[in-house]
Design a protein around this ligand. Structure first.
Ligand SMILES: Nc1ncnc2c1ncn2[C@@H]1O[C@H](COP(=O)(O)OP(=O)(O)OP(=O)(O)O)[C@@H](O)[C@H]1O
Ligand SMILES: Cc1ncsc1CCO
Ligand SMILES: [Mg+2]
Length: 271
């Protein structure tokens, strides 16, 4: 079935949403710049002493589990409880879910606050659903992405969606799955190289938060962010030579594709 989303209305952003990111230092700078390139405003603030004042100003929150420490744990949990109290649109990125018990516990605590979006790559979300997963570290495995595995994950996410009716789940990979209680969407843009520079999933999480902050609903924000980012990757592949160049071109396209008819290249369907 055709997706009922008007992708042409997503860019340009009109409100320059301010997105608070509590994230990892590996990809933090790429994420902040990606937000600026799409017309949003980043603030990478993780000191809980600021939260009461900061939450009055922000449009959305991104919580990324990528690089844990005791201090980051405290920031993530404090921010998620502020988000509940202030009804802030929130994206939780379960980076590395399955690596360790402590990471899993923190991930579950964040999901239990019923954030707007919970995302991860397909292997991370298979772990989260209690399915066998071949993911290694923060990277997913193609072994988890066969047709049967994807259908198994969709079923598991729909079941978990019953416990978290306010949350939409996104599992990224060659195909991306968007699942909540009412809808299942499969997205099919992108190129293999997007799995070969670090932070692509992290950036997609931040763009989703920006689109939520702009006022889009969760499936629209997710499908818009994933499709736009992946179409930037498709264009980058045509223009680049080598992975470092591909990375630069993908980021560059974030500010450029919105002036083109990128939305005519969206591939995906509602199940
Ligand atoms: N093989 C692929 N073909 C097409 N698109 C892909 C492929 N791999 C990843 N992508 C796209 O790249 C983006 C990031 O997905 P990925 O699953 O690699 O995230 P991730 O593992 O969380 O990344 P990171 O942890 O490095 O931030 C998504 O938009 C996804 O659709
Ligand atoms: C490589 C890496 N390690 C922890 S977070 C991160 C960036 C991808 O999320
Ligand atoms: Mg990730």
């Amino acid at each position: 079935m055709k997706m009922n989303i008007d992708f042409s209305k997503i860019f340009p952003l009109e409100n320059a949403p301010l997105v608070q990111c509590i994230t990892n230092e590996i990809t933090c700078e790429s994420m902040a710049n990606a937000l600026l390139y799409i017309g949003a405003k980043p603030i990478m603030a993780d000191d809980p002493r600021e939260f009461s004042q900061l939450f009055e100003k922000t449009s959305a929150l991104l919580l990324n589990l990528g690089h844990l420490s005791e201090q980051r744990q405290e920031s993530l949990l404090a921010a998620s409880s502020y988000a509940t109290r202030t009804r802030k649109p929130t994206v939780v990125d379960l980076v590395g879910y399955g690596v360790s018990d402590i990471r899993n516990q923190i991930g579950v605590s964040l999901v239990e606050t019923h954030p707007t979006v919970v995302k991860g790559n397909i292997s991370e979300l298979r772990h989260f659903c209690g399915l066998p997963s071949q993911g290694r570290g923060v990277d997913s495995s193609m072994w988890d992405q066969g047709e049967d595995n994807l259908n198994e994950l969709i079923d598991a996410l729909q079941e978990i969606g019953g416990i978290y009716p306010a949350t939409t789940f996104l599992a990224t990979g060659q195909k991306d799955l968007v699942v909540n209680q009412k809808q299942v969407i499969v997205l099919n843009n992108g190129v293999d190289e997007l799995d070969r520079f670090t932070g692509t999933g992290d950036i997609v999480g931040a763009i989703i938060a920006a689109l939520l902050g702009e006022g889009h609903g969760s499936t629209e924000a997710i499908a818009g962010a994933v499709s736009y980012f992946n179409i930037c990757g498709e264009k980058a592949k045509q223009l680049s030579f080598g992975l470092a160049d591909f990375r630069q071109q993908t980021l560059n396209q974030l500010s450029l594709q919105m002036s083109e008819k990128w939305y005519e290249q969206v591939k995906g369907w509602e199940k």
